[in-house]
Structures are given as structure tokens and as C-alpha cells.
Design a protein around this ligand. Structure first.
Ligand SMILES: Nc1ncnc2c1ncn2[C@@H]1O[C@H](COP(=O)(O)OP(=O)(O)O)[C@@H](O)[C@H]1O
Ligand SMILES: [Mg+2]
Length: 263
């Protein structure tokens, strides 16, 4: 591919102006970017291969990251992205990421994007905090990388797992799920994810309560981001993101005992 051709990348909802140039990705810098770059450099230093490398800032003031070869699932989700193997692969990748980031100082890189506040309890590590299908790279149908660390911040392993499960189990009203996930057994998928991650018993017991807290927090955080940042955040909010969270909360409460029994 000619090194100067810019191909727009529209997978995510939020960041405008993400482009691919050759084997690199160019993204606008934000207040959190220095912190994110420190994190990505740490991941490179410890040999974690499932994240982009920071290559610098280009002449137009954009961050330059390495292109992670493969594909990120689009909606409607392809069959490979909803398989048990994919779910377990995401869990194992998140675990590897957590183990790789554990030694990284929590105060090292601030400011992080902490609009989601810190109801997570005493932070243990820098979580990715946005493990959606659009932010996971597959190669040949196999999970191989995490991208888009813009929402990374100090949190707990539990809350990062809860965020991933929100999208991957998914903890959502069936009406709001991708069609291939409409009728899945969410409790079984939560257990499969927890097993593949290696979540200990005690933490597993906190999953549902943490999901409840997280929904309330992300409702407020998304509303706040839509007001403060506008752009893609406002589009998501006015496109019904808040109502989807409310429906997911109701679904969680209605199915609590059944999910609890699975975990
Ligand atoms: N380093 C990368 N390697 C491979 N694909 C990428 C990379 N960065 C972005 N992409 C692609 O571009 C899309 C949008 O980029 P992303 O950084 O997730 O922006 P947003 O903040 O809008 O979610 C992703 O879903 C993915 O398809
Ligand atoms: Mg993204």
C-alpha cells in the first residue's frame, strides 16, 4: 500500500478522523494521549504483543500507532465474533493484558480519562475499560489484539471484566443485542468468560453487583460526555445509548437469580 494514502477507519463511534496510512494508524491527540502512550510503551517494554505500538506524532499533530493486522468485527457481528472460542479468546487476552500491566505504576501517566468517576474501589491497575467488539482485533477468526486505549484508567480487574461482559456476554436486553446473540445463554457465557480469564471465586461472586454499579455509573458518564464533548458521544447518547443502559439494567435485575446460579 502506498505510504501516503489515507484510508478512513470508521469502526468506532467516537473518534473522528481515524485513518490508516500504510502500516500505521493516525488518530487525533486528546488530553489522555500522553498517559495512553506511556501505557503502550510499558506494554511494549514487557513484551505484550496484543496492543499497538506508539510510533510518535506526525506533522499534522496526530498520534501515530502501529496497524494491528487483522479485522475488527462490524455490526451485524460475524459468526466468528460470537463463538465460544472468541469469548474465551477475549477473556484470555484481557487476562494477559492485566498481568502485563500489573507492574505499571498507577500514578505514572495521569491524566487519564476519568469521566466515568471512580466508584470501582481501590484501583489495582490501569484497565482498558472499553473492550467492545470494535476494539478487539481478530486474525483468521482468532482473537489477537486490543486497540483503542483512550478510556484506559486506574480501576480494578473486576470492573474491566464487567465492562467486557457487558458487550461480550452480553449483559443487555435481547432486543438490543446483535441478532446472533439474541437468544444466547448469557449466564453460561459469563461463566465461560470467567473460567477462561481465571477469575477467582470471590471476585466471581461480586460480578453481578459490580455490573449493577457500573450500569448506573456509565449512564451518568455517557450523559456527561455527550454534554461536554458533543460529537460522537452526543450522537451515541441521542441515538438511544441511555435507554439501552436502562433496559440492560432491568434485564439484569429480572434475570439476577438465574445468572447468579450460573456463576
Ligand atoms: N492500531 C490499529 N490497528 C488496527 N485497526 C485499527 C487500529 N486503530 C484503529 N483501528 C480500526 O479503526 C477503528 C476505529 O478506531 P478506534 O481507535 O477504535 O476509534 P474510536 O475511538 O472511534 O472507537 C477500529 O474499530 C478498527 O477497526
Ligand atoms: Mg474504538
Amino acid at each position: 500500500m502506498a505510504a501516503s494514502i489515507e484510508i478512513p477507519l470508521s469502526g468506532g463511534d467516537v473518534t473522528e478522523g481515524v485513518v490508516r496510512v500504510g502500516d500505521t494508524v493516525r488518530r487525533p491527540l486528546g488530553p489522555q494521549s500522553p498517559a495512553v502512550h506511556g501505557l503502550l510503551r510499558h506494554l511494549e517494554d514487557v513484551g505484550f504483543d496484543g496492543a499497538p505500538r506508539v510510533l510518535g506524532v506526525d506533522g499534522r499533530g496526530r498520534e501515530v500507532l502501529s496497524w494491528v493486522p487483522g479485522e475488527t468485527p462490524r455490526r451485524p457481528l460475524p459468526a466468528y465474533a460470537v463463538s465460544d472460542e472468541a469469548l474465551a479468546g477475549v477473556a484470555r487476552l484481557l487476562r494477559r493484558y492485566h498481568d502485563a500491566v500489573e507492574g505499571y505504576g498507577l500514578a505514572e501517566g495521569a491524566p487519564w480519562d476519568t469521566a466515568a468517576s471512580n466508584l470501582d474501589g481501590e484501583p489495582e491497575l490501569i484497565g482498558h475499560c472499553d473492550v467492545t467488539p470494535e476494539n478487539v482485533v481478530f486474525r483468521g477468526g482468532v482473537v489477537c489484539g486490543l486497540i483503542d486505549f483512550d478510556l484506559a484508567r486506574p480501576t480494578t480487574r473486576l470492573y474491566d471484566v464487567v465492562t467486557a461482559l457487558r458487550h461480550w456476554a452480553p449483559v443487555a436486553d435481547p432486543a438490543d443485542r446483535d441478532w446472533r446473540l439474541y437468544g444466547v445463554d448469557v449466564g453460561r457465557r459469563m461463566r465461560l468468560f470467567s473460567d477462561a480469564y481465571g477469575l477467582d471465586r470471590a471476585t466471581r461472586g461480586e460480578l453481578l453487583t459490580a455490573s449493577r454499579v457500573r450500569f448506573e455509573r456509565s449512564y451518568r458518564a455517557m450523559e456527561w460526555r455527550a454534554e461536554q464533548y458533543g460529537g460522537g458521544w452526543a450522537r451515541m447518547w441521542h441515538g438511544g445509548a441511555g435507554a439501552r443502559i436502562r433496559r440492560a439494567q432491568d434485564w439484569l435485575e429480572r434475570n439476577w437469580d438465574e445468572l447468579d446460579a450460573c456463576l
